[in-house]
Design a protein. Structure first.
Length: 444
């Protein structure tokens, strides 16, 4: 395919129909090597040493310190292949500690709200912050204030990218994180620096571009973010559609993706943890299934939602040499619910229909779908139900676990020993949320 002809004179600046309007300013704040940084906050001896955090069942690295990256440890590389490298360089290895990371994320987000009430929590380690109306400030200095205060209050290092659109703010943050000169903060509100910045980033690294779109752009001579910003909108619309033209406009400095300070209601919740060991027994699978449902329904109740549909998936390990099997089933509930016991009963009936003996199962997954607010439940005249009792029962269970620790009170169907549970053999203490795991400092 022949490269398209790029119009070198295409405007970088968006049209300004309302000249009196206050311009949008977005800051993308990204925590550096977040999981590793959380471990270092509570163990300063890890500073300057290679550190990695592993995925569920200690399978592969999902977070690496810069020192670990420097010695060649890659993401999604099976941990067993890294044993020699870990021993040679004395790499510190940790299991994922989601309770700790979630609490540290909350602290970072709360700190960011000291700078602006408009904060969109994009992920556990990223947030968009609206700085609209801060145009009179030196935004680079303000970004450094954000960086300094987050580190001072939480111990987490962050990078800050500032720009007139969210896509460009992501791009600015990427450069800020890697550039020694930027030192963690880059302001692209100044148009003098935009072209140089856009030329530094390949199309494959543009936010929401994706591999297939990047391949399409490259096959047409568009190699960098700058090239894409100069592409004719008509051609992009024809090849990619409205999402592509929105991307181009954002790269030209025109904000097309609004900030979402309020989290949209979830459309689905799920739990996809793998078993820590090979599991063949249906009874053990049911225990894991009940435990996953308990986790999902807790999240439902926190969001004040109920589920209309439950989907279950049962799978063997695709990387093992044994016989393979996988299947799924959908259960449309007679009434929407967030009650753990009821969903466990339906799940046990459903799993029996897809279970086959003679296989070593690796995971059972649960998805609760078609969620609606718990204030909008449509009752059924032909089904007897004591909804007030369900609400009181689940409220009491949640309150006990909130006060005394997660899982202190649970359904017997979840099992007592849970020998099948996901492995976290190198997990650090949950320093900030468990009294019995609080960091202890001894004098002398």
């Amino acid at each position: 395919m022949n490269p398209i002809a790029l119009d070198a004179g295409s405007p970088m600046e968006p049209a300004q129909p309302n000249r009196g309007r206050i311009p949008e300013i977005f800051a993308l704040v990204d925590c550096n090597n977040f999981y590793v940084s959380c471990e270092r906050v509570h163990n300063p001896l890890l500073t300057g040493k290679p550190v990695i955090v592993l995925s569920n069942n200690d399978g592969m690295p999902v977070s690496r310190s810069n020192e670990a990256k420097a010695i060649g440890i890659g993401m999604a590389q099976p941990a067993f292949e890294l044993k020699e490298l870990i021993q040679k360089h004395d790499v510190r290895v940790f299991s994922s500690n989601y309770t700790l990371y979630g609490d540290m994320s909350r602290r970072v987000m709360d700190t960011l709200r000291q700078f602006s009430p408009q904060v969109e929590e994009y992920s556990i380690d990223e947030a968009f912050v609206s700085l609209r109306g801060f145009g009179g400030k030196n935004l680079t200095d303000y970004g450094r204030e954000i960086k300094t205060l987050v580190y001072q209050w939480t111990g987490i290092p962050v990078s800050v990218g500032i720009a007139p659109s969210k896509t460009m703010a992501k791009l600015a943050n990427r450069i800020a994180k890697k550039s020694k000169k930027a030192n963690g903060v880059l302001d692209l509100m100044n148009t003098r620096y935009r072209e140089k910045a856009l030329r530094l980033v390949g199309v494959e690294d543009i936010w929401k571009c994706g591999p297939s779109r990047a391949a399409l752009f490259k096959s047409n001579g568009i190699q960098t973010a700058w090239d894409l910003s100069q592409a004719p909108l008509e051609w992009v619309d024809k090849k990619v559609g409205v999402e592509g033209t929105r991307m181009v406009r954002e790269l030209r400095g025109e904000p097309c993706i609004p900030l979402e300070p309020k989290k949209p209601a979830k459309k689905r919740v799920g739990c996809a943890k793998s078993f820590g060991t090979k599991v063949e027994s249906l009874d053990v699978i049911k225990e894991g299934l009940a435990s996953h449902i308990a986790e999902c329904t807790l999240r439902l109740r926190k969001e004040r939602q109920v589920a209309n549909v439950m989907r279950l998936y049962l799978n063997t390990n695709p990387f093992s040499n044994g016989p393979q099997y996988g299947n799924g089933i959908e259960v449309r509930l007679p009434l929407p619910t967030d009650e753990t016991g009821e969903l466990i009963r339906w799940a046990n009936q459903a799993i029996e229909r897809i279970y086959k003996p003679g296989y070593d199962y690796k995971a059972v997954h649960v998805d609760l779908d078609e969620l609606t607010p718990n204030s909008e439940i449509q009752e059924n005249l032909f089904i007897s139900r004591d909804r007030p009792r369900e609400v009181k029962l689940m409220g009491a269970l949640d309150k006990v676990n909130q006060v005394f620790g997660a899982g202190r009170l649970r359904f017997l169907a979840e099992g007592l020993m849970k020998n099948w549970n996901t492995r976290f053999e190198h997990r650090s203490p949950r320093y900030t949320t468990r009294w019995d795991e609080l960091l202890t400092v001894r004098a002398g």
